[in-house]
Design a protein around this ligand. Structure first.
Ligand SMILES: Cc1cc2nc3c(=O)[nH]c(=O)nc-3n(C[C@H](O)[C@H](O)[C@H](O)COP(=O)(O)OP(=O)(O)OC[C@H]3O[C@@H](n4cnc5c(N)ncnc54)[C@H](O)[C@@H]3O)c2cc1C
Length: 452
């Protein structure tokens, strides 16, 4: 089975390693860095910067744990080096992993030439035609810049100019209050920037549980973030000393810098998809079925290009599922990916994480559920660590006790949600969590309490 993959992000790397393990002859073409945009631009650099910001904030609040407080500013050169060194280390480890599995990695650009041929253009411009029984296109996405905006990389930025920017903005105007927007609000606030957030609806994180969004809003307001609710940005101008963001309700916001965080555009151009008759929708995404197959049976799409949940974790799992389908694994060895059961997190402070059914969703469906909620305020470990903000909420089926979903707001929520994620996937009951003997003192004890 000759399996050719275009794009070495989470979807491409996982499909390549899993495919090779299952016996495929795999070629992976990546034009930039292994690990993809997730490693170079998105998950890794943003979380590395947020980790530095967390230490800045911890020092600021050190009196909570019996130490003198300090206000310090990050050294941008050191921060830049640190971000790059993590990306390099991860890219190297992917390279070693792929090499050890016998995957051929081509550094260059891939393009579909016909239904069973992919052309790789190497960095020196030479080309090779590679025969393929199956093709995966996993070329990711890039930040969206709407027609009313521009990006100069100096004052008007996308996330890709932020690792770190040339200077810490004195007043950053963030446009977009989805996951990326709020993470960057939190990041720059922790570095000491004044931050204004343009929120097009009445709630930050419009797609999240209102109680969860309210907890984040409360933290933003307490830390001095200015929220411009119900305002849609329609223009940006450069001014003598910064930028002016213009909103559709006539409000204007003067800042030193603006950051666009309003979604992404799939990288579906120049891939030769038309040469194999692969359908691309009007958003530039490649629609797929539950096996990640496009309209052409042996051509797959995964990750951000496929228009499903835009998460590195989902992209990786799609890659794994593609490899299994390519290798013809049957129903016993191969389960469909259930997007409804994907856990996700928002790396703000407090952290936010959720999985499965949300309370508002159950309410809208008129579904009977049991909801139990426990605050961290009475959790010994949270009090010891000096951060007892937030709560754990678990949703279960009142008749069977099966765990249907949950949300966590608080320190280490992204780690803690794993317990609920496993419970949701494995259809465990609340009693399975309650009767597990957990570590004390640990934040996870709040999960067992909430499940009780
Ligand atoms: C700021 C930010 C933070 C994020 N943080 C998180 C997070 O914390 N957790 C999380 O789960 N998700 C996060 N995401 C989302 C996550 O980054 C994406 O969902 C994920 O990267 C998608 O993976 P992918 O495999 O589709 O492609 P990508 O990671 O985008 O990789 C695609 C690769 O394809 C290569 N490529 C493109 N065209 C070609 C071609 N013609 N030939 C060869 N190679 C090509 C590119 O160079 C790139 O390396 C974040 C997104 C953003 C914007």
């Amino acid at each position: 089975m000759k399996f050719v993959i275009i794009g070495g992000g989470p979807a491409g790397v996982q499909a390549a390693t899993h495919g090779a393990r299952l016996g495929a002859d795999v070629t992976l073409i990546e034009k930039d860095v292994l690990g993809g945009a997730a490693n170079l631009w998105d998950c890794v650099p943003s979380k590395a910067m947020i980790a530095t910001g967390a230490v800045v904030k911890m020092l600021e609040r050190a009196e909570r744990i019996g130490l003198p407080s300090h206000r310090i500013s990050p050294d941008l050169n050191e921060l830049r080096k640190r971000v790059k060194s993590i990306t390099d280390k991860l890219a190297k480890s992917y390279d070693q992993l792929l090499g050890s599995q016998g995957v051929r990695v081509i550094k260059g650009t891939g393009r579909i030439a016909s239904k069973h041929e992919v052309v790789a253009t190497f960095l020196d411009g030479t080309e090779e035609v590679i025969a393929a029984d199956a093709i995966l296109v996993a070329t990711g996405s890039r930040p969206r810049v709407p027609e009313w905006a521009f990006v100069d990389g100096e004052r008007v930025l996308t996330t890709r100019h932020s690792y770190p920017p040339k200077e810490i903005p004195s007043h950053l105007v963030v446009i977009g209050s989805g996951v990326t927007g709020v993470e960057f609000v939190h990041m720059f606030r922790s570095f000491g920037s004044k931050v204004s957030l343009v929120v097009s609806r009445q709630q930050v994180l419009p797609s999240k549980d209102p109680e969860v969004a309210a907890a984040l809003e409360a933290d933003f307001l307490e830390s001095g973030v200015h929220l411009y609710k119900g305002a849609r940005a329609v223009g940006i101008e450069r001014t003598a000393d910064g930028v002016k963001v213009i909103c559709d309700d006539q409000r204007t916001i003067d800042g030193s810098h603006a950051l666009l965080a309003i979604g992404s555009v799939p990288n579906s151009e120049h891939l030769g998809l038309e040469n194999a008759g692969v359908f691309v929708d009007r958003w530039g995404q490649v629609p797929i079925d539950h096996h990640c197959v496009s309209n052409v049976p042996h051509i797959y799409a995964a990750g951000d290009l496929s228009g499903k949940l835009q998460l590195a974790s989902v992209a990786s799992m799609q890659g794994r599922k593609v490899a299994e389908h390519v290798m013809g694994l049957d129903g016993r060895q191969h389960r469909h990916l259930d997007y409804e059961k994907a856990a996700s997190a928002i790396f703000t402070e407090p952290e936010i994480a959720d999985v499965g059914l949300a309370e508002a969703e159950a309410f809208a469906q008129g579904r009977k559920i049991r909801v139990t909620k426990v605050p961290f305020a009475s959790n010994p470990r949270a009090l010891i660590d000096g951060d007892a903000r937030g709560f754990v909420k678990i949703l279960s089926d009142p008749a069977t006790g099966v765990v249907l979903g949950g949300s966590i707001v608080g320190a280490h929520a992204a780690e803690l949600i794993s317990v609920i994620a496993v419970a949701v996937t494995a259809r465990l009951r609340v009693t399975d969590i309650v009767e597990s003997v957990l570590v004390h003192p640990a934040l996870a004890e709040a999960l067992a309490e909430a499940a009780d």
